[in-house]
Design a protein around this ligand. Sequence first.
Ligand SMILES: Nc1ncnc2c1ncn2[C@@H]1O[C@H](COP(=O)(O)OP(=O)(O)OP(=O)(O)O)[C@@H](O)[C@H]1O
Ligand SMILES: [Mg+2]
Ligand SMILES: [Zn+2]
Length: 370
Amino acid sequence: MSYVVLARKWRPQSFEDLVGQEHVSTTIANAILRDRVAHAFLFTGVRGVGKTTSARILAKALNCVKGPTPTPCQTCAACTEITSGSAVDVQEIDAASYTGVDDVRKLQETLPYRPQRDRFKILIVDEVHMLSPNAWNAFLKTLEEPPPHVKFIFATTEVHKVPVTILSRCQRYDFKLISAQTIAARLKFVLGEENIAADDGAIGTISREAAGSMRDAMSLLDQVIAWVGTTGDKITAEGTAKVLGVADRSVLHRLAAALIDADASACVKIVGELSQEGYDIPHVAKNILIQLRDLAVAKVCDTPGSLLDLAQEEIADVKALASRADADDLVRLHQGFSKAFDDIVRGSTARVAGDDADSIGAEAADGAGG
Ligand SMILES: Nc1ncnc2c1ncn2[C@@H]1O[C@H](COP(=O)(O)OP(=O)(O)OP(=O)(O)O)[C@@H](O)[C@H]1O
Ligand SMILES: [Mg+2]
Ligand SMILES: [Zn+2]
């Protein structure tokens, strides 16, 4: 059997499995229960947060024989065919390869006819911002006076490229970036189902690197499994950091501690080691900046809760480290490093700028200490 990437294998088939987008699933569920379903939806948000997935779940919710229902049965012909992508009444087109006005016209002409078997004719248009102006105009007609059996679901990462005339006729849903905590929980679930053991540190690193995108998280996990998981060994934090080319959390923690302690020599050594091991210094710097921000937040808020997008045990580490410094120091450290960060990203000698940053950090800590 050929290998199916995790992101595809674990595409949620129901709103229950869709994580981090409860504002979308709840609103849609309520609309279905109250029989107030719009005829055109627009799903927007960054890549890999569940737009296409939700479009397909919504199609099932509308066409399931037991529906319309927020919890489609997953077993009827409509449900199973939508899952496999073969439902005749649910058409999914990719606007990127469907920009011609003739294509849209042809499609338009079929819409007035009743669905072949299911309740609605559903048209899912992915990457809808790629449609040409002419193609939009062709759609506009049907959008203005849609036959009752037609539903449109548009998805796009670039909502600002969608004409207002279209926007105003759609119910718009903004998909959010998914928090690292939520991504971590989903990764844990998937790893459990796949029978693969992993350290919390490894999961934390992947969740953070995914930067809010669940698809990115799954792809990174694939990459890590391909590297370390094939032997049946546990996926470790160090291994994960190596594979992804990012500094391990514990190194960042050590570096932040050295900054707080104004231990310039330790800072330079750690940066030197990272650089020697081939880590991308601007990337390390970005993570340190985030770490410093987290420290400042942990210092000033007793219960930082969702302000810190970290796992429970990481929050404890950050709080312990923050307790070693004054709030003022931490804020100054963050400000100083923030400036240094710009130099690191723009400059050609990242490591030198990085060393400078350490001295800014040391100054900040010194100044406040004395
Ligand atoms: N909210 C989510 N909950 C669980 N898994 C998700 C979620 N969002 C994305 N995924 C995972 O990522 C994969 C890709 O998601 P999807 O195709 O829905 O993203 P998208 O928002 O349409 O992205 P793009 O803009 O790149 O088309 C899914 O197959 C699933 O594995
Ligand atoms: Mg998509
Ligand atoms: Zn069904």
